[in-house]
Design a protein around this ligand. Structure first.
Ligand code: KG4
Ligand code: ZN
Length: 334
């Protein structure tokens, strides 16, 4: 694998419901980026409809790549590499990205690297400027995952905690649906929580147990409460649900930081955009004297730039050619 070329990697991300493409250099500088969002398509189903997602990726992928190449004015035959998400994600959506990347790579004569989407999220905090001092504890909170990892450098990642069932993003989305607030649930539930009082004692699942998580019981508790309380106040339900999520997330982060000597706490994934989480994490890190590293908001949710930055780690370690679409992939895998 050559690391020659124009010093830029094209990152392609189609694991779920956004067609995202970006050009990034080895320092994490984002030269161009575009996202074709599918939110409007999935909103009417209250969640991601896989078949519609694949079809929308087919429609949007080439125009999105073209937009990024034209915006930057580069010659694509001089790219150092193309990095593309190989998993985890929806099989049909992954296949669109992988097939497109392979075709473009062949046509342009550029190597193609299959990237673990979770490693992309982990690296998103270093986009635009280097923020992360190692060793670090990482909380990855997205629609598909809720986990804690320990990272001593970009290629050394150990899973230290994982969800037993739902992710926190999934719980946000399901509670939003129960409250009739639409999809995606995170931003709207957070906004509504800001106007309510956290006066309902929802459970704090697995609060006293290690570094693993569980959110399906919390989601069911919200559902039972709504069924039993016809005159419930939407904003108080949202505030109480968010308070429960935050207490669990912050308690687990504290436990991880106390168990593993760390310079930084890194929070990545869609739920890292949550204002209450950002605030609670800042208070924790100030108390423990640890850096808090958060990606800029636009790199918290799925994007092509994080896949491109992770691709540079693959090039540096020579782990490059796995292009199999892989719906389930552990964070420690390349
Ligand atoms: O990382 P992401 O874009 O996609 C996956 O890889 O899953 O995360 C999407 C998740 C959704 O569940 C969405 O509700 C949640 O991130 N999310 C938020 C916020 N913005 C997005 N959750 C809480 N607060 C937010 N502001
Ligand atoms: Zn993601």
């Amino acid at each position: 694998m050559s690391s020659s070329g124009n010093g830029l990697v094209l990152g392609i991300e189609t694991s779920c419901d956004d067609t995202a493409v970006a050009l990034v250099d080895a320092h994490g500088t984002v030269v161009a980026s575009a996202v074709a969002s599918q939110t409007a398509i999935h909103q009417r189903y209250g969640g991601v409809y896989p078949e519609a997602a694949s079809r929308a990726h087919v429609d949007k992928i080439l125009p999105t790549v073209r937009m990024v190449i034209e915006d930057s004015g580069i010659d694509p035959t001089e790219l150092t590499a193309i990095g593309v998400t190989r998993g985890p994600g929806l099989i049909g959506s992954l296949m669109v990205g992988l097939n497109t990347a392979c075709g473009l790579g062949q046509g342009w004569g550029v190597p193609v690297v299959g990237v673990n989407h979770l490693r992309g999220h982990l690296r998103s905090a270093d986009l635009e400027e280097r923020r992360v001092r190692f060793p670090a504890v990482i909380l990855l909170v997205s629609g598909g995952h809720t986990l804690l990892a320990r990272m001593t450098d970009p290629s050394d990642i150990k899973l230290i905690g994982n969800t037993k069932d739902d992710s926190v993003g999934e719980a946000y989305d399901k509670v939003a649906r129960m409250l009739g607030l639409g999809y995606p649930g995170g931003p709207v539930v957070d906004r509504m929580a800001g106007t309510g009082t956290a006066n309902i004692p929802f459970p704090r699942p697995m609060l006293d147990q290690g570094l693993d998580f569980s959110f399906s019981g919390l989601k069911s508790a919200v559902s039972r409460y709504l069924a039993a309380t016809p005159d419930y106040k939407q904003e108080d339900v949202a505030a109480s649900f968010v308070a429960s999520c935050m207490e669990v997330l912050v308690t687990k982060c504290r436990r991880a930081l106390e168990s593993y000597e760390s310079e930084s706490l890194v929070i990545v994934g869609g739920v890292a955009a949550s204002p209450p989480l950002r605030q609670a994490a800042q208070e924790l890190c100030s108390a423990l004297g640890v850096d808090l590293c958060l990606p800029p908001l636009r790199w918290s949710t799925d994007n092509g730039a994080m896949i491109a930055l992770a691709t540079w780690d693959y090039l540096a370690t020579g782990r490059v050619m796995n292009l199999e679409p892989t719906p389930s992939l552990n964070i420690e895998s390349f």
